[in-house]
Design a binder for this molecule. Structure first.
Ligand code: CIR
Length: 255
């Protein structure tokens, strides 16, 4: 099942996160990021995962978001190619830090692609084209995934959303939690059961289902009301992390 995991890779926060990329031009405070991150690590641990904690990288302001330079599939790690110049070098570092944890390491050699644009549901992947993921990168990754036995659909991330997964997450087999914008995507509508969150609760759509727990960004009361009926929720505060356009999924790699 898509949401069953045993392991996670997480990177400790770096002080330079205050200069991370931010569409709102905000600068988060390192000390508050550390607090939020500590709770995040605890939640992932409470969900039953063995955590591989990587050292901070001061030279890469956004390097805490380990989901973007790599993805995992079965016992493989695939090193991606982040589009933003300030993030591209993260891939070379993470490659060496994590390769011993996997049976195979593979590489996207052409085009740009970031993990935030890749949604994995069982053996299927949806890749959203965006400002960070282009057609060449998506096609290159597709070739790798298909050789590994997966199926792939290339879609489009809505224009004003940073990454495909910024506003959606798989929370059960065939069930995707979506914002109202993502709910409009034909491919998602026609293939999956969607749980649509109301306007104003977009931040909660980047949730993280891990084993029997659902990590939910704190402060979204309607989402909590809808989801707590069926899911075992752990609320995690990500207000400071959100200042650099990030949420729950991007701070770990799970497998
Ligand atoms: C960036 O713009 O790259 C970072 N500030 C945020 C990355 C968030 N990653 C993700 O949603 N997968």
């Amino acid at each position: 099942m898509t949401c069953n995991f045993k392991n996670a890779i997480i990177r400790k926060p770096n002080k330079s996160i205050q200069n991370g990329l931010s569409s709102k031009n905000l600068h988060p405070q390192y000390e508050i990021i550390v607090e939020e991150h500590t709770n995040y690590v605890k939640a992932i641990n409470d969900a039953g995962l063995k955590i591989n904690l990587l050292e901070p990288l001061e030279e890469y302001p956004d390097s805490i978001f380990v989901e973007d330079p790599a993805i995992t599939y079965k016992s493989n790690i695939i090193i991606l190619n982040p589009a933003d110049h300030s993030r591209n070098g993260e891939k070379n570092i993470i490659e060496n830090e994590v390769k011993h944890l996997f049976d195979n390491i593979l590489f996207v050699e052409n085009g740009f692609i970031e993990g935030g644009d890749i949604l994995n549901i069982n053996n299927h992947f949806i890749i959203g084209l965006s400002e960070r993921t282009n057609k060449l990168g998506a096609e290159n990754l597709s070739i790798i995934l298909i050789k590994l036995g997966a199926t792939v659909e290339i879609c489009k991330t809505p224009n004003d959303i940073l990454h495909f997964k910024s506003e959606c997450s798989v929370i059960d087999d065939e069930v995707i939690l979506v914002s109202y914008k993502m709910a409009k995507l034909d491919y998602l509508k026609s293939h999956y059961n969607l749980i649509e969150l109301p306007i104003g609760e977009e931040g909660a759509s980047n949730s993280l289902r891990i084993n029997d727990k659902l990590l939910l960004p704190d402060g979204y009361l309607k989402a909590e009301e809808i989801l707590s009926k069926k899911y075992n929720i752990i609320k995690v505060k990500v207000d400071e992390i959100a200042k650099v356009d990030a949420g729950l999924s991007c701070m770990s790699l799970r497998w």
